[in-house]
Design a protein around this ligand. Structure first.
Ligand SMILES: [Zn+2]
Length: 63
């Protein structure tokens, strides 16, 4: 696995699993795209896939 220097990781916080923010080999299968920084250097934008379902079942389980 390769460390992506200057990579920006998105949506890797507060998820139900621990994301690997040191490279692009996270278990969620992140999308990695190159990005141009404001200083002209090239970096990486790593968008993680959150594994906590946004549509959780409600708490009114008792019927
Ligand atoms: Zn991830």
């Amino acid at each position: 696995m390769t460390a992506l220097a200057g990579a920006a990781h998105v949506d890797a916080q507060d998820d139900v699993i621990a994301h690997d923010t040191d490279g692009d080999a996270c278990i969620c299968g992140p999308t990695v795209v190159p990005r141009r920084c404001s200083d002209g250097s090239l970096g990486w934008h790593v968008t993680h896939n959150r594994l906590d379902a946004p549509e959780r079942p409600g708490r009114n389980a008792h019927a």
